[in-house]
Design a protein around this ligand. Structure first.
Ligand code: 5GP
Length: 188
């Protein structure tokens, strides 16, 4: 049985980059890892591939799966979009001995802990909220309204980060170092 790893952190904290580095470190150490693919009702962005980046579902399908208890956790964000982790997807890999990484938010983490108390929670934090804002703007993919929403969410998440047993700060240009820190936490 693999370990279930929950990685959270505000949008713009560089969590995605840290996770990509972490996957490489797993490979270099010949350890089995799987990055869970979430389901979402948000629109596909340029460069994303369905069933690889996310399972893109329409809202009716997503709501039906909630009703059927098919999610390990799910959340509806300020953008009005749903995101969730399918139980079937995660347990297939855990049972095959893979460590499974979930990239989810703090509400999702709380839900996972209820269902699966052995999950390892790791919060990837930006050096500061100011730097987070700069990173979000530098992306150039979000509307001003969405940036404001994400910053508000980030403030709340940063205020609650202490519920995670592990907090890793992702300094500018240091995502490999952050990923190594995460790998050591998981494999102590
Ligand atoms: P994005 O739209 O930028 O891909 O993701 C927006 C937010 O959704 C991110 O903070 C990300 O961590 C979160 N998210 C992605 N997948 C899931 C999921 O399966 N469950 C939950 N609760 N949040 C998710």
């Amino acid at each position: 049985m693999g370990k279930l790893i929950v990685m959270s952190g505000p949008s713009g904290a560089g969590k995605g980059t840290v996770v990509q580095e972490l996957l490489k470190i797993y490979q270099e150490n010949s350890k089995k890892v799987h990055l869970s693919i979430s389901a979402t009702t948000r629109l596909k962005r340029e460069g994303e591939t369905p069933s690889v980046s996310y399972y893109f579902l329409d809202e009716a399908t997503f709501l039906e799966k909630i009703k059927q208890g098919e999610f390990l956790e799910y959340n509806k964000y300020g953008t009005g979009k749903y995101y969730g982790t399918l139980k079937s997807h995660v347990f297939k890999y855990l049972n095959e001995g893979y460590d499974v990484i979930l990239e989810i938010d703090i509400n999702g983490y709380k839900q996972v802990l209820k269902n699966y108390p052995n999950a390892v929670g790791i919060f990837v934090a930006p050096p500061s909220l100011e730097i987070l804002e700069q990173r979000l703007r530098a992306r150039g993919t979000e509307t001003e309204e969405n940036i404001k929403k994400r910053l508000k969410t980030a403030e709340v998440e940063m205020a609650n980060k202490d519920i995670y047993p592990h907090i890793v700060i992702n300094e500018d240009g240091k995502s490999y170092e952050a990923a190594l820190e995460v790998f050591d936490i998981i494999n102590n």
